[in-house]
Design a protein around this ligand. Sequence first.
Ligand code: CP3
Length: 351
Amino acid sequence: MTETLPLLLRAARGESVSRPPVWMMRQAGRYMKVYRELRDNHPSFRERSENPDLSYEISMQPFREFKPDGVILFSDILTPLPGMGIDFDIVESKGPLINEPIRTAEQINKLNTLEPKESLPFVGEVLGRLRESVGNQAAVLGFVGAPWTLAAYVVEGKSSKNYSVIKAMAFREPNLLHNLLEHFADSIAKYLVYQINSGAQVVQMFDSWAGQLSPIDYDIFAAPYQKRVVDLVKQAHPDTPIILYISGSAGVIERMASTGVDIVSLDWTVDMSEGCSRLPAGIGIQGNVDPGLLFGSPEIIRNRIIDTVLKAKGRKHILNLGHGILPGTPEENARVFFEAGKNVNELISKL
Ligand code: CP3
């Protein structure tokens, strides 16, 4: 007898399911006490994400605590950069720092094509171990940063407010930027294929900062490279669902669907019904719940989940936040979110 595949995987493939699966972006991290304790003993982010025992352990922390329908690899979108010859660090309260920002043709020409098996063996190991541990109780999620967002970090050298350095490159030396984006697209596609080969069942591409582009520029610098990644991954793994997330995406929702992804992940600045009405019927929907809501009362959280689920009804839907859970979020409110998500049918029947 074949065991039932994980709910999240079945939902993401478009099968009809009894309720929307639920997971959270950044569901492992600083809002959890067990994570903060582990971090005290292992203060380096690179160590926490590149030592397979630690990365596995952190990935499992929210699963043990809340039993979400998805378990995401604990890693970062910047993790593949050293394998391309770009060193980075993540510094508490400063965020990501690139030691030598990439700004010249010479630097771009010198980048290595990513060989994930060689430079990221720990990722393959952790994904395999996660699959073994969670079985069919949850789907294992892999992820990458999309070319534009990775380029924003390596060109700016750090988190940016106004993206002036990369925009100067886009609007003065576009060919230089296109070379960098192309390099990232091919390497990131290889990396996703490696993650899927290693055990990831659903994958998410974060183009977190593509919402910083005007739609006219999104069509030039973000969409073609998202599509290139999707095309290359679909060639190797046509049945693995791909989710695309962008922060500040309200102006480009239709464009997100045109990249060939299976599921569009919304932030919270657009109403769920309007978001759905702007997407073709076959495209799934994820996200949309304001992470700030988890600072509110359990009643507010439950009511918003009900509202979100009802508005997405009739469409492939994965319940999630509109961006990562915020540091300082009370853990009991994360629990309310997961519990309400799993009991949403009962909550709705009581209305
Ligand atoms: O979702 C998960 O639980 C998996 C883990 C995960 C992390 N980063 C761990 C992390 C994921 C999916 C990411 C993706 C990521 N990283 C994105 C895309 C998602 C998004 O938020 O838009 C981006 C833009 C990054 C780059 C990055 N990494 C930033 C901006 C920061 C600092 C942010 C902050 O809040 O300080 C990081 C560090 C980072 N990556 C942390 C975690 C848990 C926080 C630092 C820490 O825990 O020590």
